[in-house]
Design a protein around this ligand. Structure first.
Ligand code: C5P
Length: 415
């Protein structure tokens, strides 16, 4: 399966570059063909000759004239690959990638590529933890770049912490997972399946310092987005304020209010499936104050509420723009299934995952969920499981749904 997959390996500067030689060997053992770009920094640690010997190909460095007829241009170099792997990815190269800078062959090829990119960071713990590096890596992830590592351990510089490059065997596993997931989604749709997920609470301002919120942690929605992305589905997450990191490989949009969440969803409506897992506030304060409301001798401020838009219902009733499959959640404290069945009809969504959020269940903000899965053919009671497991199960159902559709349409075509 790996035989016709081509990897473009970018080796940047860092002591971990020595591991890249083992990585090349392991990738080739698994049947990948490997072509390498070695940066000037990388060449301080390993020689072009050893890279060439292991890849059995030319090594591309800044010393090659890429405009020469006998050589290939950086555009071809970056596009004639199925995956670009940057290992080790130095803090410098990550910063260049995040900012679209291109002043050498590696950064130019990375800016020119239209292929999936995997970065495997390797650097000193302080450099890794620096807010600049963290912001850069978040930017890359929000663009769908796959991140592998770093891991924790002793460093060449004598310090200890996060920043070590992942082991070559683990990088190869991540590469294989990437292709496996890519294959699933291609089989499903012929082209890449796409998903939109909402997650987290919304914050509805009362004045510039106060807001109305709820106890949603965003764990369920974030886990769903991660599970979809792990299956090769192009996933956009619209998230209200949470403490969670952006899920890997997911383009994440951060919003505060229900109206902002709706606007972000509407501008990403061209998707195959939408999953509304956010706990959207039902009401917002009409005419939230521009200035902090002051205490006034015991006089209580009057807050008038107005209804927020229903995002799930809006997406479900979006006419020609409606995603083929729209999935909602129903958090209920009583008559869970009955209420959820009505909710599904009222909002016109396809599936509802109903869960009991009465305080004694600990579901809100907790790690587990007890789901009743409501669809056209009835209700399935899922066993109590972690939110992660719910996400995996739902993602599998979504993949099955679109696989089934493909089978049906090819059958129709044959008849
Ligand atoms: O009506 P209720 O809030 O119980 O509906 C829950 C479902 O509707 C969830 O899927 C939630 O994400 C979605 N919802 C929404 N916009 C709202 C309220 C709920 O998308 N304003």
């Amino acid at each position: 399966m790996n035989q016709n997959k081509r990897i473009l390996l970018v080796i940047s500067g860092g002591i971990a570059a020595y591991k890249s030689l083992d990585l090349i060997r392991r990738m080739r053992e698994k049947g990948f063909s490997v072509r390498a770009i070695l940066t000037k920094g990388g060449a301080e640690f390993i020689t072009p000759l050893s890279v060439a010997a292991l890849t059995e190909d030319k090594v591309y460095t800044d010393l090659f004239s890429l405009t020469d007829e006998s050589e290939m241009g950086h555009i071809r170099l970056s596009r004639e690959a199925d995956l670009v792997v940057v290992a080790p990815a130095s803090a410098d190269l990550i910063a260049k990638m995040a900012n679209g800078m291109c002043n050498d062959l590696a950064s130019t090829a990375l800016l020119a590529t239209d292929k999936p990119v995997m970065v495997v960071p390797a650097m000193n713990v302080r450099m890794w933890e620096h807010p600049a590096t963290q912001a850069n890596i978040s930017t890359l992830k929000s663009r769908g770049v796959i991140q592998v590592g770093p891991t924790e351990g002793a460093m060449a510089c004598g310090e200890f912490g996060l920043g070590r490059m992942s082991e070559p065997a683990d990088i190869v596993t991540a590469i294989q997972d990437h292709f496996k997931n890519d294959t699933i989604s291609k089989q499903v749709n012929g082209s890449r399946l796409s998903a939109l997920v909402t997650s987290g609470p919304t914050h509805e301002p009362i004045d510039p310092v106060r807001y109305i919120a709820n106890r949603s942690s965003g764990r369920q929605g974030h886990a769903i987005a991660a599970a979809l992305a792990a299956r090769g589905i192009e996933t956009t997450l619209v998230s209200g304020p949470t403490d969670l990191p952006d899920p890997e490989g997911v383009a994440t949009i951060h919003v505060e209010t229900a109206q902002e969440m709706l606007d972000a969803c509407k501008s990403h409506l061209n998707v195959d499936v939408a999953i509304c897992a956010a706990a959207v506030a039902d009401w917002r304060v009409d005419h939230a104050g521009n200035q902090k409301i002051k205490k006034q001798n015991g006089l209580l401020p009057e807050l008038t509420l107005t209804e927020n838009p229903d995002i799930l219902a809006t997406l479900s009733q979006a006419g020609k723009e409606r995603p083929e499959l729209v999935v909602g959640f129903a958090a209920e404290t009583e008559n869970v299934v009955e209420n959820a069945v009505h909710k599904r009809a009222r909002k016109s969504c396809d599936w509802i995952l109903a869960n009991d959020v009465s305080p004694e269940t600990g579901t809100f903000g907790g790690a587990e969920n007890l789901i009743h899965f409501i669809h056209d053919d009835g209700v399935e009671d899922w066993p109590k499981m972690t939110k992660q497991a719910v996400a995996e199960r739902l993602a599998d159902r979504i993949v099955d749904h679109f696989s089934g559709r493909e089978k049906t349409s090819s059958k129709d075509a044959a008849e």
